[in-house]
Design a protein around this ligand. Structure first.
Ligand SMILES: [Zn+2]
Length: 264
C-alpha cells in the first residue's frame, strides 16, 4: 500500500472508531516530502496536519482561497512545480474541504463584498467568477485542480497527483482522485526534452474515484480542463504580425585600392 493510500485508510479506520489505526510514515520515505495545496480556511490550520500525520519537515503546504487552480501554468502551479523541482516534493495532493466558504460565494455576492469595502468593481477583470475561479462543487473543484496539475508541463508525469476531501468537522479524509493510478514509474532519464514541454498535448487526466457531487451545478461550459484548452487555442489563433522584410546582409568587398576587405 502506498503512502496516501495508507494515510487515507488509517484515517477512515480512526474515524470509524478504531483506536489502533495508524501509519508508519517512515516506511514510505520514497514518497516524501509531500506537497499539498489546501484552502486558506483557518479551521484547517491544525486539522490537516493532524489528519495526514506527515511530519512537518516532510510536509510542504501551499494554501489559497478555495484551493483553486485555474490553469496548468498559473502562479499556484509554479509554486507546486518548484516545490517538486527545488524542494524535492515526491507527491502532490489537492486537498479540498467541506463547508468551504468559497463554494458558497456567487459572483454577485463577491462584487457586493468588494463594493462594501469601497472598491470599484468596474476596474476589476470582467467575469469575476472566472477570474477568481469560483466553483459550485467542492469535489468538482478538487477534480479540476488535480487535472490541471496532472496536465501541466511543469510537473513530471511520474509524480502522483492526488485529490482528497476532508470533512471540516470530523477530519475524515475521502478520495476524489487517486494519483497512483495515473502516474507512470519514474523515468531514468533525468530531464524532459523540449518536445516534452510542448503545451499542445496535455497528459491523460487522472481517473476520478468518486462520482461528481450531485449538488454540482454542472453544465457551465467554462468549467474544466477541456474548456481551458479550447480558450487557449482560440486565443492563439489570432493572426501573426506581418513579416517585415529585412535588408540584405552587407557583404564585405575587397577594396580596389588596398586589396583588403573593406568592412566600413
Ligand atoms: Zn475553503
Amino acid at each position: 500500500m502506498k503512502l496516501l493510500e495508507a494515510i487515507v485508510e488509517a484515517n477512515q479506520r480512526a474515524a470509524a472508531g478504531d483506536p489502533a489505526a495508524s501509519v508508519r510514515i517512515a516506511d514510505h520515505a520514497g514518497a516524501l516530502p509531500v506537497v499539498a495545496l489546501t484552502c486558506i480556511d483557518p479551521r484547517l490550520n491544525r486539522l490537516i496536519p493532524a489528519a495526514l500525520g506527515i511530519p512537518d519537515e516532510d510536509f510542504i503546504w501551499l494554501r489559497n482561497a478555495g484551493n483553486i487552480i485555474t490553469g496548468p501554468l498559473t502562479s499556484t502551479l509554479r509554486s507546486l512545480a518548484l516545490a517538486c523541482a527545488v524542494k524535492g516534493g515526491r507527491e502532490i495532493v489537492i486537498l479540498g474541504h467541506s463547508d468551504c466558504q468559497i463554494q458558497r460565494l456567487s459572483a454577485l455576492e463577491l462584487a457586493a463584498a468588494f463594493q462594501s469595502m469601497g472598491l470599484d468593481c468596474t476596474r476589476m477583470p470582467d467575469g469575476l467568477a472566472d477570474y477568481f475561479g469560483l466553483f459550485a462543487s467542492e469535489r468538482q473543484n478538487v477534480t479540476r485542480a488535480a487535472a490541471f496539475v496532472r496536465s501541466s508541463p511543469l510537473v513530471a508525469p511520474h509524480i502522483p497527483v492526488h485529490g482528497l476531501m476532508i470533512d471540516i468537522e470530523s477530519g475524515r479524509l475521502e478520495w476524489i482522485v487517486n494519483g497512483y493510478q495515473a502516474a507512470p514509474e519514474p523515468k531514468t532519464a533525468a530531464l524532459a526534452s523540449p518536445a516534452d514541454l510542448e503545451m499542445a498535448a496535455p497528459n491523460p487526466l487522472p481517473p476520478v474515484l468518486a462520482p461528481l457531487s450531485l449538488d454540482a451545478k454542472v453544465g457551465d461550459p467554462a468549467f474544466g480542463v477541456e474548456a481551458w484548452i479550447a480558450r487557449e487555442r482560440a486565443a492563439n489563433t489570432t493572426p501573426s504580425p506581418p513579416v517585415i522584410p529585412r535588408p540584405p546582409p552587407v557583404i564585405p568587398k575587397p577594396s580596389l585600392r588596398t586589396g583588403k576587405l573593406d568592412t566600413a
